[in-house]
Design a binder for this molecule. Structure first.
Ligand code: SF4
Length: 377
């Protein structure tokens, strides 16, 4: 009888070896060398060794538990991995600031189901975008790539064949996310949503959008699918908003926001408001709280590191202290305004949302801005 050949692969080791040396980036600038190299390694091994079975072994939760039982100093003193390419290894704090972990952590919540399928899918299918926001780049905005970077269009890799391939995965999903450019502009996003409405209509679909596109396709998506929305708004006056979000229009945003708000209200939801506090809008952060409270929305602050001339964290310490003093005043004003709601018969869930939004502003003022001041001492 012919003996079977089984190849056993240390999954994490193979992934890391590739991640360290492979500088590949996705079309939107995310490092994908680990995954790409990992798959190439598997292909090479299969080609050369022609195994009957290929077994990939991953560390379980906690990693190397058995070895640590034998030797509690296992891997003690090992140096952190160094990338053999021109990408800076981020410290743990930088990772958190860069939202690597918060994004990755979503996959702890949405694991692989009992059939071996992923339950969360995040798609960034194209950089086609109607705006050229000051803090964005050409990987995310086709307009910036063309007009600011003077570079040719990025190729579109996704077509009907890709939509067809998704049919296998959609029934297993618990959440589907569409990110930028502007996903409501992408015809393929509409096709995927229609497919979802046929085969898994209860699937929650999250859109990261600038809120400026509302047309027949968007209307159909809203009517047929279970949608959530994160709408990016970086200014709360026409002047500030339009200066930052180049090519935008404040009146259109307000009109569309109300339309989206009404759709989501039917599902007892509201759009979330995403804000990037920067040098050119920090004084309107209190208005972000008021806006989110008015529409019973959740407010989220991002941290801007790039471009550095718009970031707050690298301002001279005296400027940061002035900003902090003004923001503290704004915080007191917001807390004062909120007293009316705490002493009236405000529904509990609305009051909690208001408190949460003020709490986020408080964290921004007392933790983040104070942290930057302390770092610059
Ligand atoms: S809307 Fe989003 S993707 Fe488009 S330019 Fe602005 S930040 Fe970039």
């Amino acid at each position: 009888m012919k003996k079977k050949r089984i190849v056993i692969i240390d999954g994490l080791n193979t992934y890391l070896r590739n991640y360290i040396v492979n500088p590949s980036l996705s079309t939107n600038g995310n490092p994908i060398g680990g995954l790409k190299g990992f798959l190439s390694s598997l292909q090479k091994l299969s080609r050369e060794l022609k195994p009957d079975h290929l077994v990939i072994v991953w560390d379980g939760p906690g990693g190397s538990q058995r070895r640590k039982t034998v030797n509690k100093n296992y891997k003690e003193g090992r140096k952190p991995i160094r990338l053999n390419r021109s990408v800076k290894l981020l410290s743990e704090e930088e990772n958190i600031k860069n939202k690597v972990w918060p994004l990755a952590m979503a996959y702890d919540r949405f694991g692989v189901n009992e059939n071996g399928y992923p339950t969360l899918l995040e798609l960034e299918l194209s950089n086609e975008c109607n705006l050229e926001c000051l803090m964005c780049d050409g990987f995310l905005s086709s307009g910036i790539r063309k007009n600011r970077d003077k570079l040719p269009k990025l190729p579109m890799h996704y077509n009907d064949n890709f939509v067809e391939q998704l049919k296998e995965y959609i029934p297993h999903l618990e959440e589907l996310r569409f990110n930028g450019g502007e996903p409501f502009l992408h015809k393929i996003v509409h096709k995927i949503c229609m497919l979802v409405s046929e085969i898994n209509p209860k699937l929650q679909i999250n859109f990261a959008t600038n809120g400026l596109i509302y047309n027949k396709r968007v209307k159909e998506i809203l009517e047929k699918c279970d949608i959530r929305m994160n709408i990016s708004i970086d200014g709360f006056t026409k002047e500030t908003y339009e200066k930052i979000r180049v090519n935008s229009d404040w009146e259109t945003l307000m009109k569309n926001f109300k339309i989206f708000w009404k759709y989501l209200l039917k599902k007892n939801q509201a759009p979330s408001v995403m804000v990037n506090p920067m040098r050119n809008n920090w004084w309107e952060m209190k208005d972000a709280v008021r806006f989110a409270n008015k529409y019973k929305s959740n407010l989220w602050y991002n941290t801007v590191h790039h471009p550095s001339h718009l970031a707050l964290h690298n301002l001279p310490i005296e400027e940061l202290k002035d900003i902090h003093r003004q923001l503290k005043k704004d915080l007191r004003e917001l807390e004062e305004e909120n007293k009316y709601y705490t002493s009236s018969n405000t529904p509990r869930d609305y009051l909690e949302k208001r408190m949460a939004n003020i709490g986020k502003f408080k964290m921004f003022v007392n933790n983040q801005v104070v942290g930057w001041i302390n770092e610059s001492r």
